[in-house]
Design a protein around this ligand. Structure first.
Ligand code: BLG
Length: 486
């Protein structure tokens, strides 16, 4: 037995030594994943190159996942570094690699298989898996109708997992998994009749419906699910916690909804029938006029796809239409405008496009210098539709209300007032159908976005890409995130 006097100092020494050891080991502890990201100043994210995730548009990198993850990187105060994988298996392989990307933002569903490989975040998007068939073929209505059909899905996808589960119950179901294609290819293959069916998520169909006129939803396969981001399984909680609070925040402050509207809102705005119709017109009508749009857009220093979008809004690319008010032709020129632009025959498509391009460039040039891009483009569109005088009236109304007369978001609130006596009686140019330019501009912006997306590399080989839609824009409009919400 130790005498007390002996024990106390030894015990104290031991305690001090242990304490020092613990403090030291705390100092040399591995930094958390989040600390590492912040120290490196870079957030490495892996995604897929597809219209619903990440792609290049007229202004560079874009896509729903890209926009969302970019905001996350901004919140962290670090640079975003995007890597893409050719297929889903490769994406999950990359996530397991030490020193690989720390986050996967690729429209992923948290399937049982995947939960063994990665950790999922809170959800940010509700989707439904849908069986897609070709219009004109008999419509499958349930899983039993999958038997005897040529079905292809993405290799390693949640849809492949769903089909594998169905096959267990019904071995007669045959399907192929491909790692050489993206969702857009699968939809094209159905559209062109190369395969009978595929399975995609509702958001991907919403995004791509406008390109494929023959593609239809057969039925929803199973319950709705949710897309989530993923981090590597072995990581500590630091990054996933940060991701979850970010996703909760953007859900609450409306940013997430704005992104959803922007990327997946086409079908909501056009309606499914409008989306098929647009796809049909894209293939059947636009190719006839594309060259004219390109030629005259170049001459006037405008993005030809914007000009084509105006043409679609005005006449759905039909050269012989006449409005109730006697405005005529593919670009809907009034008699005065046609005369001023040197158009002798408004029903001649080439002349109409030439006159429309010239007039658009003219009204844009006439705008107040204080109006900057991208608003300048939206103001020019409104002026094309309602005339510069009425537009100035709406700008004055905005000023009187303490709003900014140089911001489209503010002026578009005032335009409808031009049709109310209470307001127009006090304006210089009086009554105008002020609601018309508001929807005119919103629609054109939609069509413009769609026409830009058509020009994606992953659409190569599809009919729409073959229609030659790849002349880059001349007049740059700011990237979508800087555009005011519609
Ligand atoms: C535009 C003219 C503007 C004119 C305004 O009307 O036509 N734009 C063109 O001709 C390209 O020049 O401004 S003004 O010169 O200052 O008077 C106002 O008069 C055409 C608009 C009218 C609109 N579409 C191009 O957007 C139209 O046809 N609206 C009626 C639709 S419906 O008949 O009710 O269906």
């Amino acid at each position: 037995m130790f005498p007390q006097s002996d024990f106390r100092p030894r015990c104290a020494k031991w305690l001090i030594a242990t304490g020092l050891f613990l403090m030291l080991s705390a100092c040399v502890d591995k930094p958390t994943t989040l600390e590492r990201v912040k120290e490196d100043g870079v957030l490495r994210v892996i995604t897929r190159n597809s219209p619903a995730t990440y792609f290049q548009d007229r202004n560079g990198e874009t896509g729903f996942e890209y926009e969302l993850v970019k905001r996350f990187a901004e919140d962290l105060g670090v640079e975003l570094k995007i890597e893409t994988s050719d297929n889903l298996d490769e994406l999950f392989d990359q996530m397991q690699k030490p020193g690989g990307p720390v986050l996967a933002a690729a429209g992923l569903i948290d399937t049982e298989q995947r939960k063994k490989q990665v950790r999922f975040s809170h959800p940010y998007l509700d989707v439904t898996p849908q069986v897609i068939y070709r219009n004109g073929q008999s419509r499958p209505t349930d899983a039993g109708d999958l038997v005897g059909k040529r079905i292809t899905v993405l290799k390693g996808s949640s849809h492949a997992e769903q089909l594998a589960a169905l096959k267990l119950k019904n071995p007669a179901i045959e399907y192929e998994e491909s790692d050489a294609v993206e969702v857009v290819d699968l939809l094209r293959m159905v559209d062109e009749g190369q395969i009978d069916l595929t399975l995609v998520d509702s958001n991907e169909l919403a995004m791509n419906q406008v390109y494929f006129p023959n593609v239809r939803v057969a039925f929803d396969l199973g319950e709705g699910r949710q897309q989530r981001w993923a981090v590597a399984l072995g990581e500590d909680n630091s990054l996933i916690n940060e991701i979850n609070s970010f996703l909760d925040k953007v859900q609450k402050n409306g940013m997430l909804q704005r992104l959803k509207d922007r990327y997946y809102g086409h079908v909501d705005v056009l309606g499914y029938v409008g989306a098929y119709t647009f796809a049909q017109h894209l293939q059947e009508r636009l190719p006839k006029y594309e060259k004219h749009f390109q030629t005259f857009a170049k001459k006037e220093q405008v993005d030809w796809r914007l000009l084509a979008a105006i043409g679609y809004q005005e006449s759905m690319w039909q050269p012989s239409v006449t409005s109730k008010t006697g405005v005529r032709g593919l670009m809907m020129l009034t008699q005065n405008t046609a005369q001023a632009m040197g158009v002798s025959n408004r029903l001649d498509a080439k002349q109409s496009i030439q006159g429309g391009a010239k007039y658009f460039a003219y009204v844009k040039d006439q705008l107040d210098d204080k109006i900057k891009e991208p608003d300048r483009t939206w103001f020019a569109l409104a002026s094309y539709n309602i005339g510069g005088g009425h537009l100035d009236d709406a700008r004055k109304l905005a000023e009187n209300e303490g709003l900014n007369p140089n911001k489209w978001l503010d002026v578009k609130k005032m335009l409808p007032r031009l049709s109310q006596k209470k307001w127009y009686s006090k304006t210089r140019y009086g009554y105008a159908r002020g609601g018309e330019p508001v929807s005119f501009v919103a629609n054109i912006r939609r069509y413009y976005d769609i026409l830009t997306w058509v020009n994606q590399p992953q659409l190569e080989g599809s009919q729409v890409a073959e229609s030659n839609l790849h002349v880059p824009g001349v007049n740059k409009v700011k990237p979508p995130e800087d555009n005011p919400p519609l």
